[in-house]
Design a protein around this ligand. Structure first.
Ligand SMILES: C[S@@+](CC[C@H](N)C(=O)[O-])C[C@H]1O[C@@H](n2cnc3c(N)ncnc32)[C@H](O)[C@@H]1O
Length: 280
């Protein structure tokens, strides 16, 4: 079905929402999770109409009343899983991974020769492709030395559905995955599916985390990947998040965003390459 037909079909099965309920809902989501849906009325109604009906409500008014007054953690998780865009894939923006391997990894591995511990965070990891990908680059780089290093990565997202898929680690692989990676870092899981190999899977610790919250992890990070999430945030939210990430980065550490994004002009990070910033 082409896009306009899909949109028409979605609109015909969507329930109507009043301006007031739409505003109550998107203001709640933006205030708590940063995601700005004010221009996405059709997306909101088409993605949530099924939920409203399945929960036995006759209107968005009833659903929004319930959610804002009595919604449980599960109800909010469901809402977020419906409203977040989890699109991601292996080898996304490979130029950033090239810079990571050619410049960042040599730098941080050199700095950590004594403690042999890298501290890396994939801050909006969606279904896991990004942190697994980073892990594969690290394993390749360290080669025979890898077992002497603590290379565990933190990977977080707000969507529990995305995190569940990430923890399973089963994917159809794109052709862009190098053949030796397919062999070394995956095992066949039936049909076209491949499962991430245990040595890569065990190297990623998944956790639900809201990027609007204060960042209080045990250690500061050598590298933060925060790609393709700030596009959903407004300017102030982006600015505040960039500042919190800066505070959570070690001096000399890096922040990697995507080509589709930019940091606010007042960012304290220095830009060192396209989409790559350093705390100097
Ligand atoms: C498009 S995906 C990006 C995935 C990956 N970083 C990439 O570049 O391919 C955006 C992710 O941001 C997550 N997200 C949106 N708002 C968030 C928030 N407030 N806190 C944490 N994650 C959030 C979504 O759930 C979604 O999985």
């Amino acid at each position: 079905m082409d896009t306009s037909k899909k949109q028409a079909a979605a609109a015909s099965t969507s329930m109507a929402i009043t301006d007031k309920d739409f505003n109550r809902l998107v203001t709640f989501v933006q205030g708590k999770y940063g995601i700005d849906l004010h221009q996405k009325r059709q997306l909101v109604t088409s993605r949530l109409s099924g939920t409203v009906k399945n929960m036995g409500y006759n209107s968005f008014t009833e659903y929004v009343d319930f959610l804002l007054k009595k919604g449980s953690g599960d109800d909010i998780n469901h809402l977020l899983s419906r409203l977040t865009t989890n699109y991601t894939y292996f080898m996304r923006e490979v130029e950033s991974f090239d810079y990571f391997t050619s410049t960042i990894l040599p730098d941080i591995v050199n700095k950590h020769q004594r403690d042999k511990c890298l501290s890396i965070w994939s801050a909006a990891c969606s279904s896991g492709e990004e942190p697994y990908n980073v892990s594969m680059y690290i394993m390749d780089y360290l080669g025979g030395q890898a077992s002497a290093w603590d290379t565990r990565l933190l990977a977080s997202d707000i969507s529990m559905d995305a995190l569940t898929k990430a923890k399973k680690g089963i994917y159809e692989l794109p052709d862009t995955i190098p053949p030796n990676w397919r062999k070394n870092y995956f095992k066949p899981a039936g049909g076209k599916q491949y499962e991430v190999a245990p040595r890569i899977k065990n190297n990623v610790i998944f956790k639900q985390f809201n990027l609007m919250d204060p960042i209080h992890f045990k250690r500061k990070f050598d590298v933060i990947f925060c790609r393709n999430v700030m596009i959903y945030f407004d300017q102030q939210t982006k600015s505040d998040l960039a500042r919190r990430m800066f505070d959570a980065t070690v001096p000399g550490g890096y922040l990697i965003i995507s080509k589709a994004e930019n940091l606010p002009p007042d960012t304290p990070y220095a830009r060192v390459a396209t989409s790559i910033f350093q705390k100097r």
